[in-house]
Each structure stands twice: as structure tokens, then as C-alpha cells.
Design a protein around this ligand. Structure first.
Ligand SMILES: [Zn+2]
Length: 200
């Protein structure tokens, strides 16, 4: 309980600081959210969307899972994307992976990890599709390249959801970005070009 008390104390301090800086901050946010970005990232505790992009509460809608995987049969992810695109009308969907991703590493090591192997199957498929390129690499370089390929594959999967296809067909602007974060520098870079709708 002691460790949780620290969190609650931190929360009180944080809320007081926000109000001191902007007395209307919470009253305004309580009324509505209007984020321009949907973030699909890894659950890794070292990659918190708001903090690494300097965004405040209310500025980014977030979905995270192990290794930022986008599967078109995942109702959780689809519901997030639908709400973000159809209701919040976000302009950008950012799929952000990170180098040294444990999920990607596990997908390459040919060992059993339990139930999660079914989730990692999607990354194994990406590895198999890119086998020729990956077979030229070893160790960290191989893992990191698969981290990039995983981001690119999942950004592509976002673009192939019915939600994004329908948004584009009615002329709604939604750009999809493939980003990758480096744990040892704290810096984000693009893993590939943005995917834009036909009208963009
Ligand atoms: Zn990860």
C-alpha cells in the first residue's frame, strides 16, 4: 500500500500544479476531448505516448498493446480506431514501435512464451515475409530491423481497416504514420513514409 500511496500523493500534487498553472484546465477537459492524434504504441512502460511527444491530457487518444500490433479482427483496436476516426475526427494515426522491443525479440527467438505466442504470431509472419532481408542480419541489427518492419506492416494494416477505407472514401483526411522510438536516446524517427488517403 505504501507504494500506491506515493502514486496518490503524486496525483494530488500534479492536479494542484495543473490548476495553479491553468485554473480552467480540468473544467475544460471534463466537458470534451478533441485530440488530433491517435497513437497506437507498445505497452512497454518506457514508451509513454504523452510524455515522449510533450502532449498534455486531451491531446492524444491512445491504444497500446504488446509490440504495437494491428490485427483487423481485434475488436479492442478496431473500436478505438473507429471512435478516433468517426467521432473524434483525428487527423493523424501514429503507429509507434520502439527499438529493442521485447515482443519483437520474443517473436524471433524460437522459444515458447505461453499464450502470448499467439499474439506474436503476427510478428513472426512479418519476419517470414521479410526473411530474405532479415537473414542478412544478426543479433540487435536483426531485431531492430524487424521492429521497423513491424511498424510498417501495422501502419499498413491500419490503412486497410474498413474504418480508414470508409473515411478516405468520403474525403476525410486521416494520415497514417510509421514511427519508431529509440530507448537509449529518447528520440523518435520515421520508419517509412506516411500513408495518405487518395484525396490527400
Ligand atoms: Zn515493445
Amino acid at each position: 500500500m505504501e507504494s500506491l500511496k506515493v502514486l496518490l500523493d503524486n496525483n494530488q500534487k500534479w492536479a494542484a500544479e495543473q490548476v495553479a498553472a491553468d485554473p480552467e484546465f480540468f473544467a475544460r477537459l471534463a466537458k470534451q476531448q478533441a485530440p488530433e492524434y491517435l497513437w497506437i504504441g507498445c505497452s512497454d512502460s518506457r514508451v509513454p505516448a504523452n510524455q515522449i511527444t510533450g502532449l498534455a491530457p486531451g491531446e492524444v487518444f491512445v491504444h497500446r498493446n504488446i509490440a504495437n500490433v494491428v490485427v483487423q479482427t481485434d475488436m479492442n483496436m478496431l473500436s478505438v480506431v473507429q471512435f478516433a476516426v468517426d467521432v473524434l475526427k483525428v487527423k493523424h494515426i501514429i503507429v509507434c514501435g520502439h527499438y529493442g522491443c521485447g515482443g519483437v525479440k520474443a517473436a524471433l527467438d524460437n522459444q515458447r512464451h505461453g499464450l502470448i505466442d499467439n499474439w506474436l504470431r503476427h510478428i513472426k509472419t512479418t519476419a517470414r515475409v521479410n526473411e530474405e532481408e532479415l537473414s542478412q542480419l544478426e543479433g540487435t541489427a536483426k531485431i531492430d530491423r524487424l521492429c521497423e518492419l513491424n511498424v510498417l506492416a501495422n501502419a499498413c494494416n491500419v490503412s486497410r481497416t474498413t474504418i480508414v477505407e470508409d473515411a478516405w472514401s468520403r474525403g476525410q483526411q486521416v494520415d497514417i504514420h510509421s514511427w519508431i522510438y529509440r530507448l537509449d536516446t529518447g528520440l523518435i524517427s520515421a520508419a517509412g513514409k506516411a500513408i495518405r488517403g487518395p484525396g490527400a
